[in-house]
Design a protein around this ligand. Structure first.
Ligand SMILES: Cc1cc2nc3c(=O)[nH]c(=O)nc-3n(C[C@H](O)[C@H](O)[C@H](O)COP(=O)(O)OP(=O)(O)OC[C@H]3O[C@@H](n4cnc5c(N)ncnc54)[C@H](O)[C@@H]3O)c2cc1C
Length: 429
């Protein structure tokens, strides 16, 4: 790597970065991926996860916005795809089409490579079966969630969000491995701080690695450090307009205690209700944070005492307003607006109705604090990047959740992968 100049330098190895690296590598380009995190050897326990989730170093609690919204993300090879629930719904197709992104072909390619299919009924727990029947009895839909999870390898451990130790779930690490086979180089443990710009043109990056400061040269730089990481690098590179417009797809979890049903033995978020997505801005999905400590983080002491083996829950995930901001020092503001509260309360009211019908004990319903795990909008297309995903600096591109023009309120991975496939074609031509 020393002194070498690459055709393409990709910062970050998550949904956007790994896809770009693979696609550019397949087209014979010389590519270096620079990743801040490690290539983790062990996944799947709460203790493992503390090593890769973005947590406060002292308290080991997740990073929050200054208003107290929990911000879930991982800093590791593969990015947050490693801890995803494996949900695969295309999102923002119309909104992106307004900027000229027609992604039909790329989405189809991604779905086929990631082997997306609705969750197999045999993987559902009794708890989700009960929720499905309760929802149907009330006239609500509850469909099998489309997943990139191989049913033959899934051991129904329920811990998708801690990272799958069984290799059942597609993650960006799969694309990263294929990229390496094509000759793409990967530099781990190196955090990029800024892009080197000369005469209005990107010429490389500067960052800090295990042996101190590094400077890497490249004709083209693509930032894929995620909705919280990319705007920090952009602001340090003179693109001050980045960082505003943050959304996180705010969500809350509504829990209820049952006689003996739980969601412990199934892939997380196995079902989905989409019927209120357009009209009221939220989706619903059965979900319980299995580790008590995570429930403590999202609820407080009551979360710790809730009995996991007797717990049902439903997540309300919403399209939140893009009023947050990521600052140059990486701190975040994410106010929960009146409209956001309305969407979250609207969803959790229906969640409560379904849980009551499913037979949870009277007075046992608990709703978590607002949290988010789909950060984006901080380098939005039309504001910070153009319809080629290029910034106002020549040859400096962004390709991750930051470029989304608005909150999807839906799983974003598939669409980010499709955007990266499209950008790779343009860059390589
Ligand atoms: C618990 C959880 C569950 C989720 N479940 C789903 C789901 O089921 N389906 C779905 O579609 N989405 C899901 N998501 C969201 C999804 O994982 C993210 O939206 C998606 O991974 C974002 O892709 P990205 O390319 O923008 O960023 P990421 O995938 O987060 O990748 C960013 C990468 O950049 C690296 N990085 C950051 N800063 C720097 C720097 N300065 N220098 C070098 N590298 C840097 C990070 O370490 C990371 O590897 C989930 C997220 C979480 C946290």
């Amino acid at each position: 790597m020393d002194g070498r100049k690459y055709d393409f330098l990709v910062v970050g190895s998550g949904a956007g970065g790994a896809t770009l690296a693979r696609e550019l590598g397949k087209r014979g380009k010389e590519v270096l991926v620079v990743e801040r995190g490690k290539r983790e050897k062990k996944l799947g326990t709460f203790k493992d996860a503390l090593g890769y989730f973005d947590v406060n170093r002292l308290t080991k609690t997740p990073v929050k916005s200054k208003e107290g919204v929990i911000l879930w993300r991982t800093l590791m090879a593969g990015g947050s795809t490693v801890v995803s629930c494996g949900n695969a719904t295309p999102c923002l197709q119309d909104e992106l089409a307004d900027f000229g992104f027609t992604l039909g072909k790329e989405l189809a390619e991604a779905k086929s490579e990631m082997k997306v299919s609705p969750i197999a009924r045999g993987l559902l727990s009794e708890g989700s079966e009960r929720i499905m029947r309760a929802a149907e009895a009330l006239g609500y839909e509850m469909e099998p969630m489309p997943k990139f999870i191989d049913p033959a390898r899934c051991k129904k451990c329920g811990n998708c969000v801690l990272g799958c130790p069984h290799g059942a779930k597609w993650t960006a690490l799969d694309y990263l491995a294929e990229a390496e086979q094509e000759g793409v180089e990967i530099l781990y443990g190196t955090s990029i701080q800024r892009v080197l710009v000369k005469n209005g043109k990107a010429r490389g990056v500067m960052g800090v690695g295990p042996r101190g400061q590094v400077e890497i040269l490249s004709d083209t730089v693509i930032l894929c450090a995620g909705g919280l990481g990319t705007p920090v690098i952009l602001q340090h590179s003179g693109i001050e307009e980045a960082g505003k417009g943050l959304f996180v797809d705010l969500f809350v979890n509504t829990y209820g205690v049952t006689e003996g049903l739980n969601l412990m033995r199934e892939p997380a978020t196995a079902l989905v209700n989409h019927e209120f997505s357009e009209s009221r801005g939220f989706i619903l999905s059965p979900y319980v944070n299995i580790p008590r400590m995570v429930r403590f983080m999202e609820i407080g002491p009551r979360g710790f005492t809730l009995p996991t083996r007797r717990l049902l829950g439903i997540m309300t995930k919403s399209k939140d307003e893009p009023v947050g901001q990521v600052y140059p020092d990486g701190t975040v503001s994410k106010p929960v607006t009146k409209g956001d509260w309305e969407r979250l309360r609207g969803g959790s009211t229906i969640a409560r109705e379904i849980l009551d019908r499913a037979g949870v004990e009277d007075g046992s319903i608990t709703v978590s604090r607002p949290q988010g795990c789909h950060p984006g909008g901080t380098a939005a297309v039309g504001r910070v990047v153009d319809e080629n995903l290029q910034t106002r600096v020549d040859n400096l591109f962004v390709c991750d959740g930051s470029v989304f023009p608005t909150s999807p309120g839906m799983p974003p991975i598939l669409t980010i992968v499709a955007l990266a496939k499209r950008l790779a074609k343009t860059l390589a031509s």
